[in-house]
Design a protein around this ligand. Sequence first.
Ligand SMILES: [Zn+2]
Length: 251
Amino acid sequence: MFGWFRKRRRQRLRSRSFPSAWEPWLTSNARFLSTVSLDNQASVRHAIQVLVHEKNWEGCGGLKLTDEHRVTIAAQVARLTLALHGDYFDEVRSILLYPDAYLAESQQDFGSGIVGRSSSGRLGEAWYRGPVILSWQDVLRTGRGLNHARNVVIHEFAHQLDMRNGRFADGIPPIESSDLAQRWLRMLAHDRARLRQLCEMGVGGVLDCYGASNDAEFFAVASEAFFEAPQDLAVQWPDLHQLLGHIYSVS
Ligand SMILES: [Zn+2]
């Protein structure tokens, strides 16, 4: 029943004309749009309208949220919606936005009931069946094309995708074909080890070295490169590029 109402609401939202007041933000903060086909541009605009309406948006750290924030972030999520054939990430109810990198307190269980806390500067976070948390300055740099092969929104939503088949992000997103899943597992072990080696040798490339830290970060970092620098990824990491093409079957 809820699914039927949601479908109807989305059809209604998609049929509305895109607010003209939002267009300048797409021009300045969603540079990728000019590189996609007109049909896909229309689909992105439709998805933005649904995402802006459906998500619970919250400003944090004193940030007063505006439509520019919502539209700019929704435009990046809409790329994934398009690539995943109409997936609006229903499990992500809230998107929280800080003005800049923020301090996050994390809890660590050291055993014997002792829980440690540490603080670290973060650009984004994704919680299992919980919110995505982002830093506006980083979202903006990405949207304006100033973060080559980096995209904090794609990164955090890739973690959300990863967590759909288990409580923890493990670098293995849902993959329907068992053949592809096997190929993904083999590639993951091989390519992450290669990234670690390259990074230890100081050889730069399209993948951020942060991706070498574990399988979950490798998938998130590779997803960023797949959307932001697909040609570089195809040349430097051809298997990875091809497999991501199956996961994100963007036309
Ligand atoms: Zn991450």
